[in-house]
Design a protein around this ligand. Structure first.
Ligand code: C5P
Length: 222
């Protein structure tokens, strides 16, 4: 039997630093990365660009099935157009969280996500990586940070990119988005029973990455 490539899953609320941490952990191990939120954001962007109503479930699912997406080293192409910046907009993230509860949409994106599992290994970040998509992952992380710290980080990131941002608005949006992700019936944001919770509120990115690499050393050494 061929052994499946190992996966480290990193789930957690919005702006908990999952993306940056996942990339750094993957880099340290020489593994690939799956940013599963990007697939929900890409679907949201396709919905916006095709003027599909987000409430029209079957059309949203079709948009996901037909996503013409290429992930490459420098960015993401949707229908041949570079969209890495576009999918990071707050409006797209919010729409992603509105369409994400649809079970048929989640099912449509499942195979695309699992296809990222190739050797030597994968670091997968999202909301349901450890609970649904890679339930057999040998290491599962639930990355949390208090909402104020997350909103401040996101605000700083946006301002650095020259995008105007208001802390109070971001805080409100973030609380609403977390509530939608936590309270949905299918694949809610919850720690897998076998996940290790890492609170990054008072940790630097380097310290967070190191704590995950330390946990991996223990698992890999078994
Ligand atoms: O992580 P990110 O902010 O890019 O995700 C955008 C939205 O996509 C989330 O708020 C969530 O609703 C949805 N999502 C999801 N499952 C995942 C990843 C993201 O439902 N695995």
């Amino acid at each position: 039997m061929t052994q499946l490539a190992p996966v480290i899953t990193i789930d957690g609320p919005t702006a908990s630093g999952k993306g940056t941490v996942a990339h750094r952990v993957a880099q340290a191990l020489g593994w690939g990365v799956l940013d599963s939120g990007a697939l929900y954001r890409l679907t949201a962007l396709a919905v916006l660009r095709s003027n599909i109503s987000p409430k029209d479930g079957p059309s949203v699912v079709r948009a996901a099935q037909e996503l013409d997406v290429v992930f490459h080293a420098e960015g993401i192409l949707l229908g041949g157009r570079e969209v890495s910046e576009d999918i990071r907009q707050e409006q797209v993230g919010n729409l992603a969280s509105h369409i994400a509860p649809n079970p048929a949409l989640r099912a449509a994106l499942l195979a695309r996500q699992r296809a990222f599992r190739v050797k030597p290994g994968l670091v997968a970040d999202g909301r349901d990586m450890g609970t649904v998509v890679f339930t057999d992952a040998p290491l599962k992380i639930f990355l949390v940070a208090d909402v104020q710290a997350r909103a401040e980080r996101r605000c700083k990131q946006l301002i650095e990119k020259g995008i105007s941002a208001n802390l109070a608005d971001l805080l409100g949006d973030m609380r609403e988005r977390d509530a939608r992700d936590i309270n949905r019936a299918v694949a809610p944001l919850v720690a897998a029973p076998d996940a290790h919770t890492v609170d990054s509120s008072n940790l630097t990115v380097e310290q967070t990455v190191q704590s995950i690499l330390d946990l991996w050393s223990v698992v890999a050494g078994k």
